[in-house]
Design a protein. Structure first.
Length: 467
């Protein structure tokens, strides 16, 4: 297991639950077998549930989620927290650990057969929309928002259709998921100011970013401002844009054509068009995939790129490369607050099928995931900022200034959910690729892909609403 403090790097979020009190063992109030919030539990009550020595099943596809002593202070705290919660609630824990594919297939099969797969389960953003639409997991909004320590729980990341589906503490010492690595050797050669200063002053925006990229571009040296990999994602995050957005009726629309958001999408495409065709400062024409990532990384290490996104700075440092710093993504013209908007994350949830009530399971798991610290009467173990900074400096970054910058900027950010769409190459190639290559214009690619993109959005988010 990895403590909730150490989790998430592109890819997954943590932890669980609360609700509170009630009669022993809970139970199903729904004659159809769907567990509902209720009983005698209430979010503001500190009374503990007695599970009567019964066993709660906790399912996950990731072996290290099961806590083991001796790996770190945070994992030790999680181990003792779970042990303490099981003692207080008088229950045993059975861990169900399988491959991710088996984890979800078995869960769906058993749930649809009115069987219990697990009482508490790790879920993932790639299929949680489907699980919600089928009624296989329960909202936990009331348990989290009604907790006495509600401010310590994540109420932004796992939200869909106005409900919170994950019981996870907020991350302390958060650092941005999306950022730009800076080739410091090239930055110094160009005599450019480190953009960290501009970011701290609120002056790191698209206009300045474009100027930096143009200054770094020299076709005769095959030198460019920024690598293409993930550029569209970075820019949409900084411009408060996503590819689909719910309308006033909760129906998801193509954000490139939806009146309230289409200008934001056009701003992204127009910036990319100007940088690619006028400035010629973008390296590559493919914004997604392993090949694009490898190509961008190699060019960055060779000193051919001023900026690049690379999701694994730990492997970059391990390779012995040292000529890099980091800055947050530049703020777009429609952006107001710099947040991370990420489509891939995992979270603990409550399956609908269980012999225990949702409120009781929530209360128990929130107690466990408070990450008990015997030295803290409130029960929380919190990794210190200094320890987090030391870890980042040791494993990922070169200078202390870089990790302090990331921690300072991360403290002001929220981790928000992006839409999760199986679009294949539609966005990466048919929209952004065509604009970068100069084969089409922003307005043309939006028009030609509108129907196909809306069809994918409908199949993912709107099929249930149309029944």
């Amino acid at each position: 297991m990895k403590n909730w403090k150490r989790v998430i790097a592109l890819l997954m979020a943590l932890v669980l639950v609360f609700g509170l009190t009630a009669c022993a063992g809970g139970g199903n109030d729904d004659p159809a077998g769907n567990d509902k919030p209720g009983g005698n539990s209430s979010g503001g009550n500190n009374a503990k549930v007695d599970f009567g020595g019964k066993t709660l099943k906790v399912a996950v596809w990731y072996e290290p989620e099961k806590p083991t002593l001796g790996n770190s202070d945070s994992e030790d705290a999680w181990y003792y927290s779970l042990k303490n919660a099981a003692e207080e609630y008088n229950c045993e824990i059975e861990w169900i650990i399988d491959s991710q594919e088996n984890h979800f297939s078995k869960f769906v099969q058993k749930s649809l057969s009115n069987e219990v797969y697990a009482d508490i389960m790790m879920c993932h953003s790639w299929n949680y929309v489907s699980l919600i639409d089928q009624g296989l997991i329960l909202p936990v909004t009331d348990y989290v928002s009604g907790a006495e320590d509600a401010d310590r729980w994540n109420q932004t990341t796992y939200v869909l259709n106005g409900e919170n589906w994950g019981i996870n503490p907020k991350w302390t010492n958060y650092t941005p998921t999306y950022y730009l690595l800076i080739n410091t050797k090239l930055l110094n050669q160009l005599k450019l100011e480190n953009p960290q200063k501009l970011a701290r002053e609120g002056k790191w925006n698209w206009e300045t970013f474009r100027q930096y990229c143009a200054a770094a571009t020299d076709p005769s040296k095959e030198q460019f401002g920024v690598g293409c990999f993930m550029l569209s994602t970075l820019l949409k995050t900084a411009n408060d844009f996503d590819f689909a957005v719910p309308d006033e009726n909760g129906v998801y629309r193509n954000a490139f054509t939806y009146p309230a958001t289409k200008q934001k999408g056009m701003e992204i495409l127009e910036l990319i068009q100007k940088m690619a065709l006028e400035d010629k400062s973008i390296y590559g024409d493919w914004v997604d995939g392993q090949e694009a990532m490898d190509s961008t990384l190699n060019a960055f290490k060779d000193g051919k790129l001023l900026f690049a996104y690379y999701p694994n700075p730990d492997s970059l440092k391990k390779s012995g490369f040292t000529d890099y710093s980091v800055v947050t993504v530049p703020m777009g013209p429609s952006g107001t607050v710099l947040n991370d908007t990420v489509g891939a994350f995992s979270f603990w949830c409550l399956p609908s099928r269980s012999e225990f009530s949702a409120a009781d399971r929530a209360a128990f798991w929130m107690e466990a995931k408070r990450t008990w610290d015997p030295a803290d009467e409130e029960g929380y173990f919190e990794e210190s900022r200094e320890d987090r900074a030391d870890e980042l400096l040791d494993k990922q970054y070169i200078n202390r200034e870089d990790v302090e910058f990331l921690l300072d900027m991360g403290a002001e950010m929220a981790f928000l959910p992006a839409v999760s769409l199986n679009v294949g190459s539609l966005i990466a190639d048919d929209i952004f690729g065509e604009v970068i290559r100069g084969n089409s214009t922003p307005s043309a690619v939006i028009s030609t892909t509108d129907g196909e993109l809306q069809s994918i959005i409908d199949a993912t988010y709107n099929s249930k609403k149309e029944e």
